[in-house]
Design a protein around this ligand. Structure first.
Ligand code: BGP
Length: 463
């Protein structure tokens, strides 16, 4: 029997914009807006309007989560739902009432609510007016919104996260065109990365000023860590791996934990003349407002090699001038999603955190397997037999367990996601849940993996 530490979090994660639906929401976030103007950009032209209907069905949905043994669940508070006026952070009463009810329902069902403050859902007005995360004014507004959340819900929510995957915002909005406004601009990407780090630190500053630690609360950030494995041990490939790690992982990880950007990254960006604008006061805020706890989203490793063409070629600056993706022969894939399956990376992450990041308390805040057309696996009783998902989770947990046994301070595992939910441009293409969702009827049914996790949670481990 592989047993996990006492009080281990067995749970799952979703987000406000992906589960609630737009019901009664006064403002649009960047995805709401993008769907309004270009619905054809979304798989099956399905947008966030209904999502998994959590706004209306949260009582039944939370009941199902309880039924499969989840003891903690993450979602997020939508800035565009909670706040009426972004400048003054005046709240929307329906939004406050809704989040109060959701939080109370989780607690009533014995599920620890875990809240993120931002899950890719920038209010679109703040982009059109100020340039969104390019603007330090927006950073200020985010800190105000965060403060409101702590004041309103901090008596019951004890686990807070400033951002989910800030690196994906940089990638999606400013480099690889999968988040509105789909800009390609390396220099802006660098500034946005800095501003997101700053926004997280400023939210933490407000958290401290409100005395949240004295109320037994803790705050962190959720980062998608994709360890970079070089194609070979040649000097060039190893260097490519180093730079990829600096940019993709350490730019947020080191800053969140040590309050300082990685020196080598700052050197490189300075040399390339794309370094962000910062002030001493801001750097001080970053230094003094580090995280208590870390969430790690892990789906797939990244394999990199030295770039085929020289970084000095003529082109606008982007970070990937220093590395190319490496397609490793024989790699094990989840073909539906196009991601490599490499569970051992979770052990490598655990040991990296233990040895290089103060052995900070952390949990797996997302891991999971997106599979298309899961109705293929329906049995006669109407249950999706997702053995592939059970195997996937198990293998990851085995490697995680090894990391924990060797001293890494991991306190939980959350699957993406409790109930199949809407996933940005991919809409409902890939399903990840323990519980399926018929998006035409909104009928939700526990999958085989849901029954499996119930046992794991009950036994605090598995054979
Ligand atoms: C993570 C995000 C989630 C979710 C998941 C699956 O990066 O934090 O919000 O969307 O990816 O994504 P997809 O459905 O595109 O496979």
């Amino acid at each position: 029997m592989k047993r996990f530490p006492q009080n281990f979090w067995w749970g799952a994660a979703t987000s406000g914009p992906q589960s609630e639906g737009r019901f009664n929401k006064k403002h649009a976030n960047v995805f709401d807006y993008w769907y309004e103007v270009e619905p054809e950009e979304f798989y099956g032209q399905i947008g966030p309007d209904t999502a998994s209907n959590f706004y209306n069905s949260y009582v039944d949905d939370i009941q199902l989560m309880k039924e499969i043994g989840l003891n903690s669940v993450r979602t997020s508070i939508q800035w565009t739902r909670l706040i009426d006026d972004f400048e003054s952070a005046t709240v929307n009463e329906d939004g406050v009432d809704y989040y109060n009810k959701v939080i109370n329902e989780f607690i009533k069902q014995g599920i620890t609510p875990v809240m993120a403050l931002h899950h890719f859902d920038l209010p679109v007005e703040l982009y059109h007016k100020y340039g969104g995360w390019e603007s330090k004014h927006v950073v200020e507004l985010f800190a105000k919104f965060a403060g409101k959340c702590f004041e309103l819900f901090g008596d019951r929510v004890k686990h807070w996260f400033t951002f989910n995957e800030p690196m994906v915002i940089v990638d999606g909005q400013y480099l690889y065109q999968f988040h509105y406004p789909n800009v390609i601009d390396g220099k802006k990407a660098v500034q946005v990365a800095y501003n997101l780090n700053l926004a997280s630190a400023k939210a933490i500053k407000v958290f401290k000023e409100l005395g949240m630690h004295r109320k037994d609360a803790q705050i962190g950030i959720i980062l998608n860590l994709t360890p970079s494995y070089p194609a070979s041990q040649s000097e060039e490939d190893v260097k490519a791996g180093r730079i990829a790690d600096l940019w993709r992982n350490e730019m947020f990880l080191k800053t969140a934990i040590y309050g300082e950007f990685p020196e080598k990254l700052v050197e490189l960006l300075t040399e390339d003349k794309v370094i962000w604008e910062s002030t001493d006061e801001e750097l001080n805020i970053l230094k003094n407002n580090t995280i208590d706890v870390l969430g790690v989203n892990f789906y797939h490793p990244s394999r990199v090699k030295a770039p085929d063409i020289s970084p000095n070629s003529t082109a606008d600056w982007t970070p990937d001038r220093y590395y190319d993706q490496y397609e490793m022969p024989g790699r094990r894939m989840n073909i539906d999603k196009g991601w490599e399956i490499y569970p051992q990376a979770l052990y490598d992450i655990a040991i990296n955190i233990r040895d290089n990041y103060k052995n900070i308390k952390w949990f797996v805040s997302e891991n999971g397997m997106g599979v298309s057309k899961e109705e293929r696996f329906l049995n006669d009783s109407g249950v999706i037999e997702d053995d592939y998902r059970i195997d996937f989770i198990k293998e990851h947990l085995e490697w995680l367990h090894k990391g924990i046994e060797e001293g890494s301070n991991c306190f939980g595992y959350h699957l993406w996601t409790p109930i199949d939910c809407w996933s940005w441009k991919n809409a409902y293409r890939n399903r990840y849940g323990f519980i399926s969702n018929n998006i035409h009827t909104q009928v939700k049914t526990i999958k085989k993996s849901g029954y499996w996790i119930k046992e794991v949670s009950k036994n605090n481990g598995f054979l």
